[in-house]
Design a protein around this ligand. Structure first.
Ligand code: ADP
Length: 215
């Protein structure tokens, strides 16, 4: 099964993806995570994309398409979900081409819909553990000890692109370039719209219902 997680920054794609990995054994392919890893390791790709990521703009299509194609090949025949890709119409059309060539198809596009003011609130309170990647949120999901990860005691950090002005730009970029994909997949009959402003457990339940109905 192949799923696409679609939704604005802060809509919970990463949080829900982690749960789907645990509960359903999906492989999670997150372009954002891949790029952050490349930046952290200062690879050639990382050095190319860092400055653009820090502004909240999109990285060049050819870089992203190369990266995701390689990762999809590594997955082989296993069920996987795409998070952060495709992010504009060019990428969506390219994905269609790749899938036609590989005889694959998207089963469902899960669209996590959240009101704008809730997104800003979530992103400005968001922290993560650099060691185990666990997510925290002030004040919705606090660590047991302020400022450190529950699992390994590591100091939790903010993503550089979660600073307020960058958050605003990421939302603009979403509206301008990514939100047209909502209609693109709706017209193909693939879009499942989930009301994702609720508690993460409720959102997981809604996604599970869609998966069960599709599979
Ligand atoms: P968000 O929380 O905004 O959904 P991600 O973690 O998915 O963020 O991505 C972080 C940044 O990585 C984006 O702002 C963008 O610069 C870059 N990026 C991720 N995926 C893509 C993509 N498919 N195309 C272009 N740039 C991307």
């Amino acid at each position: 099964m192949i799923l696409i997680l679609l939704g604005p920054p802060g809509s919970g794609k990463g949080t829900q993806a982690k749960r789907l990995v645990k509960q359903r054994g999906f492989t999670h392919l997150s372009t954002g995570d891949m790029l952050r890893e490349a930046v952290k390791n200062e690879t050639e790709l990382g050095l190319k994309v860092k400055s653009i990521m820090d502004t909240g703009e999109l990285v060049a299509d050819d870089l992203i398409i190369g990266l995701i194609t390689e990762k999809m090949q590594e997955v082989g025949g296993a069920a996987f979900m795409l998070d952060g890709f495709p992010r504009n119409l060019t990428q969506a059309e390219k994905l269609d081409e790749i899938f036609v060539a590989e005889n694959l198809s998207v089963d469902r596009v899960i669209f996590l819909n959240v009101a704008e003011e809730e997104l800003v609130k979530r992103l400005s309170g968001r922290f993560y553990c650099p060691k185990c990647n666990a997510g925290y949120n002030y004040p919705a999901h606090l660590p047991k000890v302020d400022g450190v990860c529950d699992t390994d005691g590591e100091k939790i950090l903010r993503r550089p692109d979660d600073e307020e002005d960058v958050v605003r730009n990421r939302l603009k970029v979403y509206h301008r370039l990514t939100s047209p994909l909502e209609n693109y997949y709706r017209e193909k009959g693939l879009l499942a719209e989930i009301s994702a402003g609720e508690h993460p457990d409720r959102v997981t339940e809604s996604i599970m219902k869609v998966i069960t109905a599709t599979w």
